[in-house]
Design a protein around this ligand. Structure first.
Ligand SMILES: Cc1cc2nc3c(=O)[nH]c(=O)nc-3n(C[C@H](O)[C@H](O)[C@H](O)COP(=O)(O)OP(=O)(O)OC[C@H]3O[C@@H](n4cnc5c(N)ncnc54)[C@H](O)[C@@H]3O)c2cc1C
Length: 392
């Protein structure tokens, strides 16, 4: 049987960071992944340009049943630490908006950087390697894998969440957690488009490809971003963000005129353009197609002067607080993240070590810590991987 200091299961964002940092401390690290490539989600991320961190990352950007858990690791490995690594490797990047840092070129630059760091530190990376069985040993863990049996004093679970099974996602990390007595909180798809039905679906399909700046709210959370109508329903950053706070049956409220008092504006337009049709006035703020469709489906199409004060109030209410009920989400097939996971109340926030089974660590998305859209999920992967690497 081969023996090593640390085995890390999962060569994604968190596993790679943990491996290169632990090996950099002189630990002997075996990093295994059942996929044929490391970091597949890194390659797919940020539309191919990897939104690798967010300059303004703070605990408020993360959801968890235990909101304090992420604070310590995030404070000890900040976006600036990762930016320093990226800069040392000469990877060009830019801020797209709202502190979101993207590669100028392809996401591959980030993966190449992490793999190069692993190589230099002497990480033994084994791809196409499944872990068949894990047992607790007298000191540490014994694993039976495709490359034979391995004993390690520390075992790190970095298997990620359930989103996008075609990229290698499995529930294996949750199984390991349960095997060693951990509670796993219910999981569901997050940062995911909504599907719609009935008249709302027809509206979405007709407006497919149209994007609007709006404020989307649900369950006390609000995001100002773009909403995108699609053939299946609603997407775009505003929708992905709010989807993480939505449960089936919940109503989502959309303010389509976020920069103005809708009623005041309609009164002003009525005074300025009394003979213009409502559709024409709405065309000042929406695309012509959207203005025409909204007027046709929601309001009376007639000159502004013919709209009574009550009717104008109705138009204002609809535009500033459009209430809609999604039919569902597109699920793990397209979700960027998985909400829920290993209960962080049973894991040390300082070391990421299990409080139930010494020498067992959980990092990254397998834990019940989920970031907003905008580079926060990678920052959690880097920070939690780095935290565990100090103690394995
Ligand atoms: C399309 C897409 C785009 C995204 N874009 C961004 C973005 O721009 N910015 C951002 O911050 N976040 C983004 N995310 C989220 C981000 O990719 C994840 O939060 C992050 O990768 C989680 O890191 P992780 O290491 O925990 O898991 P992962 O990166 O998912 O890695 C888990 C690894 O474990 C391996 N594994 C799973 N099961 C097993 C098993 N049984 N045996 C062995 N190995 C196993 C997998 O093959 C994988 O390599 C995106 C996600 C998706 C799906």
């Amino acid at each position: 049987m081969r023996s090593t200091d640390v085995v890390i299961i999962g060569a994604g964002a968190a596993g790679l960071m943990c491996a290169l940092t632990a090996a950099g401390r002189g630990r002997q690290v075996l990093l295994v992944d059942h996929a044929n490539k490391a970091g597949k989600k890194i390659l797919m991320s940020g539309g191919g340009r990897c939104n690798f961190t967010n300059m303004y990352a703070e605990p408020a950007n993360f959801s968890s049943a235990n909101p304090h858990f992420c604070k310590s690791a995030l404070a000890r490995y900040t976006p600036w630490d990762f930016i320093a690594l990226v800069s040392r490797h000469g990877v060009p990047y830019h801020e797209k908006k709202l502190g979101q840092l993207f590669c100028d070129d392809k996401s591959k630059a980030i993966l190449t950087m992490l793999l190069e760091e692993c190589r230099q530190a002497g990480v033994d990376l084994r791809l196409n390697t499944a872990v068949r069985q894990i047992e607790k040993a007298e000191t540490g863990y014994r694993l039976s894998t495709d490359v034979g049996s391995v004993a390690a004093s520390s075992l790190v679970v970095a298997t990620g969440g359930l989103s996008i099974p075609t990229l290698g996602a499995t529930g294996f990390g949750y199984e390991i957690a349960r095997q060693f007595g951990h509670n796993v909180l219910p999981t569901r798809a997050g940062l995911v488009p909504f599907t719609t039905s009935g008249q709302l679906k027809e509206l979405c399909a007709e407006l497919s490809g149209t994007s609007v700046d709006c404020v989307v709210s649900c369950n006390g959370e609000s995001f100002r971003e773009n909403l995108l109508f699609t053939h299946r329903g609603l997407s775009g950053p505003a929708i992905l963000q709010i989807s993480s706070f939505w449960s089936p049956g919940d109503v989502v409220e959309v303010d389509l005129l976020p920069d103005r008092d809708a009623l005041e504006w309609l009164h002003a337009r009525q005074a300025a353009r009394p003979d213009s049709d409502l559709k024409t006035v709405l065309g000042e703020v929406f695309t012509k197609k959207m203005a025409a469709l909204l007027t046709e489906r929601w309001f009376a199409s007639k000159p502004m002067k013919q709209h009574t004060p009550a009717e104008l109030r109705g138009v204002a209410d609809r535009l500033s607080a459009w209430q809609l009920t999604p039919a569902g989400t597109e699920g793990y097939r397209t979700a960027e993240v998985t909400l829920g996971g290993v209960d962080t109340r049973e894991v040390s926030s300082k070391t990421m070590e299990s409080l139930k089974s010494p020498g067992l660590y959980f990092i990254g998305e397998v834990l019940d810590v989920t970031g907003h859209l905008g580079g926060f999920n990678f920052q959690w992967a880097w920070a939690s991987g780095h935290a565990a690497a100090q103690f394995v």
